[in-house]
Design a binder for this molecule. Structure first.
Ligand code: SAM
Length: 266
């Protein structure tokens, strides 16, 4: 079974798409040298390491996965970064941060409206919040093609029929903007981009394992019991699908639709 504590062991090495997608957040946020910064769903903390180089202010990361926070503490606590095991829904800060960012985690929030309201309270006046996350029902056509094969394969279709998606996806940038303006934010940017990068089939599989597998192979999102045969069968169908998705240069053109949003507390 896969959850983020399990994934944390390999996350740092395999989270290449999450890392490259975070660059635009830095451009949107323009972090200043005194800013106090909070990272929601910080994972193993690699973004906070970059932030710590940009500000002398307070730098905090929260994540509900004990495995992710343990890895983050091992690597970065001595650099003056604070980590908490806490979900975004449990945020309890009041007017404390200049910046909140959330990279590749917003889709996991069970109650995004509650999180956005808690973030509004956590920010100082004129504080900024930016998110980057997969968006749209067709969030990654490559993954969805592989999942279609799992849904149709006779060895996996019965158990997969009991899967319910844990993810929050909206199909338009306007819907994301509305979520933030509804909490009192002024939305400065909200756009869904199509982002394509090229990877070998094996790299594509590792990218799948670094995020999507925490949903698709997690008992919490199934009606029926997951068996070892199902999990092994699922993984082998996904691998073989990526193998069939390579072009003549042996590369998968891996596409994600991503929301980039910047909002200001006013
Ligand atoms: C794909 S990882 C992204 C980690 C990191 N932000 C990055 O860019 O590499 C998604 C993270 O969201 C976290 N997460 C899941 N549900 C969450 C919630 N309700 N509140 C905060 N974080 C959550 C997971 O534990 C995981 O570490």
């Amino acid at each position: 079974m896969s959850d983020f504590s399990e994934i944390s062991k390999q996350y740092e090495a395999d989270s290449v798409v999450q890392k490259s997608a975070s660059q635009i957040l830095f451009e949107l946020l323009e972090i200043q040298p005194e800013d106090d910064v909070l990272d929601l769903g910080c994972g193993t903390g690699h973004i906070l390491k970059i932030i710590k180089e940009k500000t002398k202010g307070r730098v905090v990361g929260i994540d509900p996965s004990e495995g992710m926070i343990e890895k983050a503490r091992e690597k970065f606590s001595h650099q003056g970064i604070t980590f908490r095991v806490c979900s975004a829904e449990q945020l309890d800060y009041k007017n404390e941060f200049d910046i909140i960012l959330c990279n590749s985690a917003f889709q996991w929030f069970a109650d995004p409206a509650k999180v956005v309201a808690a973030c509004y309270n956590s920010l100082k006046m004129n504080g900024k919040m930016a998110i980057q996350a997969p968006a749209h029902d067709n969030y990654c056509p490559n993954f969805l093609r592989a999942i279609r094969e799992v849904r149709e394969n006779k060895s996996t279709k019965d158990i997969f029929a009991g899967f319910s998606s844990p993810w929050f996806f909206r199909n338009t940038a306007k819907e994301y903007a509305k979520l933030f303006s509804g909490a009192g934010f002024k939305v400065k940017t909200s756009k869904i981009d199509e982002v394509t990068t090229c990877h070998s089939d094996e790299e594509t599989y590792k990218i799948f394992e670094s995020g999507a597998a925490a949903g698709y192979l997690n008992q919490a999102y199934y009606r029926t019991r997951l068996t070892k045969e199902y999990i092994d069968g699922f993984r082998s169908i996904i691998r073989s699908s990526f193998n069939h998705q390579v072009d003549e240069e042996k590369q998968v053109r891996l596409t994600f639709y991503r929301i980039y949003l910047l909002a200001i507390k006013q």
